[in-house]
Design a protein around this ligand. Structure first.
Ligand SMILES: Cc1ncc(COP(=O)(O)OP(=O)(O)O)c(N)n1
Ligand SMILES: Cc1nc(C(=O)O)sc1CCOP(=O)(O)O
Ligand SMILES: [Mg+2]
Length: 240
């Protein structure tokens, strides 16, 4: 049977959501300036070899031509590995490189506008406090949200992004995440020793930059995070 454009899009969206829901544990996000001298391409090769099922290209420094060239490399390699490739902020670059989706913050392009042109993309949105998660939850209830997952953060102190001064801590994650029924990630200052308390707070997907990008062996570190998150999230919460 030859599939029409609409059902192909539905298949793609289904596949992307299934990977997001079932397979994503650690969510590596790149930052070339904080990768111990390694390029974003080397970073990607390592995290994919370590088994990452989603990656985000976050590059606010390269010019557009270099960024597009990088994004095409990310597209090719993630496709070979069966992993999702999300672009940070840049709708135009994501479209040109055929990414699987985009992650946007509160001040970036609105998810609903992005969705009009990309019905099969995974769209992630940052939420930085309870009120933003509640607003998203209300949109979901009203059937007007274009978001597939949201991020809660920053959780812990981090210097990776400038201008972050308020850190949520792990204690309120359960209450915050209850305000919106979509899948969520957490981000911000997350290190290895935080995994048990995050898992105990109901977290299943952890987005990290430096915990992996600064590791001596990024491939082994990615594998270690995947195995550990799987291990702690299959145990009953009270046995952590
Ligand atoms: C998974 C994930 N969560 C949050 C962010 C932060 O996005 P944003 O608030 O738009 O900040 P920048 O990353 O654009 O500086 C993210 N990138 N990924
Ligand atoms: C880019 C970014 N956004 C955040 C948010 O909470 O929205 S925290 C963050 C930095 C995450 O880097 P690291 O894992 O090195 O702390
Ligand atoms: Mg952004």
């Amino acid at each position: 049977m030859v599939k029409d454009g609409k059902s192909r899009q539905a298949d793609l969206y289904g596949w992307r959501r299934k990977v997001l829901m079932d397979e994503v544990t650690v969510y590596p996000v790149c930052c070339e300036q904080l990768s111990a001298g390694r390029s974003d391409k080397e970073w990607l090769d390592n995290v994919l070899a370590g088994g990452a099922k989603i990656v985000q290209l976050r590059d606010k420094k390269s010019d557009d031509r270099l960024l597009l060239e990088k994004a095409k490399y990310f597209r090719e390699k993630t496709r070979e590995a069966g992993a999702l490739f999300l672009i940070n902020d840049r709708f135009d670059i994501g479209l040109l490189a055929d990414s699987d989706g985009i992650h946007v913050g509160q001040g970036d392009l609105p998810p609903e506008e992005i969705r009009r042109l990309t019905p099969d993309w995974i769209i992630g949105q940052s939420c930085n406090d309870l009120a933003e998660v509640e607003a998203l939850g209300a949109q979901v209830q009203a059937g007007s949200s274009a978001v597939d997952y949201y991020n809660i953060g920053p959780i812990y102190r981090t210097d990776t992004k400038e201008g972050l001064h308020t850190f949520l801590g792990a204690g309120d994650i359960q209450q915050i995440s209850a305000a919106c029924p979509l899948p969520f990630t957490v981000m911000g200052g997350i290190k290895w020793d935080h995994i048990p308390e995050l898992a105990a707070a109901g977290v299943r997907r952890m987005a990290v930059v430096t915990a992996i990008s600064m590791a001596a062996d990024m491939q082994a570190e990615t594998r270690r995070w995947i195995d550990e998150i799987r291990r702690v999230t299959t145990l009953p919460v009270n046995s952590l």
